[in-house]
Design a protein around this ligand. Structure first.
Ligand SMILES: C[S@@+](CC[C@H](N)C(=O)[O-])C[C@H]1O[C@@H](n2cnc3c(N)ncnc32)[C@H](O)[C@@H]1O
Length: 274
């Protein structure tokens, strides 16, 4: 449902009011320092991601040379989705701007890898629960810098780039003016045949309303397929997708998602144009 009228600002929105691009990182870090990460914490991994991995194996790039797929979760928060991907036999790097947040994520992921909660699995739980696991590495670093990337090389013969990058509540957490930089970094980080999986949220929110979270209905298409700034006035996918660096492989409404985005969340899957 689209927001109507003016909504009172939430604590998260107020915290970010009038902060410039340069102040964004420290603003997130300070929320971690004051234990206010509950402002966005949903208490578990996103079922839409789990269902995607379990029910669409053909959508994933092929693992090569006996190596596991390598994934990145930028702005990973407590690491719910990082742990869940690792429990599906993927090597996962979680990136978090806050040192404290990274510490929380390390602890959480290590506990899930040794004793995983049921919410990490979907219908195919029996296939995955007792199967091989991927490793997890949580890195404290800034998505917009490159200095952390060397920590993601995991051995001799490692190929460049990530096979899978998952964005949920990271793009919507950024100031709209930062969207072209988000796209540039995605294009630098993705392997040539890698996929970018975006859980598009919030779709119900007015595009002009203050964030975070910033409304994203139509933003991914404008930014990735059209090659525009991603700052748009009207919701929905428009144009022919000719100008952008990315092509959309699929977009669908997930059967399950978090309550906050139920009935409006969409999953879109992208790769770099060849
Ligand atoms: C809205 S929260 C979402 C967290 C997580 N994806 C989740 O669903 O629980 C955004 C997260 O991104 C982190 N973050 C913000 N800017 C970042 C940056 N430039 N690089 C890495 N992480 C960043 C914040 O510290 C915060 O944990």
């Amino acid at each position: 449902m689209a927001e109507t009228g003016k909504q009172p600002p939430t604590r998260l929105m107020s915290h970010f009011t009038n902060r410039s691009e340069k102040e964004q990182s420290s603003a997130w870090t300070s929320l971690w320092e004051t234990n206010e990460n509950d402002l966005w914490d949903r208490g578990g991994p996103n079922p839409a991601l789990i269902d995607f991995i379990e029910s669409r194996p053909g959508a994933l790039p092929k693992a090569r040379d006996g190596r596991k797929l390598k994934a990145l979760v930028p702005g990973c928060g407590k690491g719910y989705d990082v742990a869940s991907l690792a429990l599906h036999n993927i090597t996962v790097f979680g990136l978090e701007i806050s040192e404290k947040g990274a510490g929380v994520a390390r602890q959480y992921c290590s506990s899930q890898l040794s004793s995983s909660l049921d919410y990490n699995f979907g219908k195919e739980s029996s296939t995955w629960r007792d199967g091989e696991k991927g490793e997890v590495r949580i890195i404290a670093g800034d998505f917009f810098a490159r200095d952390w990337e060397a920590q993601c090389r995991n051995g001799v013969g490692d190929r460049a780039g990530f096979d899978l990058i998952y964005d949920y509540t990271f793009l919507c957490a950024l100031l709209p003016s930062m969207r072209p930089d988000w796209r540039r970094r995605m294009s630098e980080l993705l392997a040539p045949d890698g996929i970018l999986v975006c859980l598009e949220f919030p779709m119900y929110k007015n595009l002009k309303a203050a964030g975070p979270p910033w409304g994203l209905n139509g933003v991914h298409w404008d930014l990735l397929a059209e090659g525009n700034s991603g700052v748009i006035d009207e919701p929905g996918d428009k144009g022919e997708g000719k100008g952008g660096q990315f092509e959309r492989l699929s977009k669908f409404k997930p059967e399950r998602s978090y309550e906050a985005g139920r009935d409006s969340d969409m999953v879109s899957v992208w790769r770099l144009k060849r």
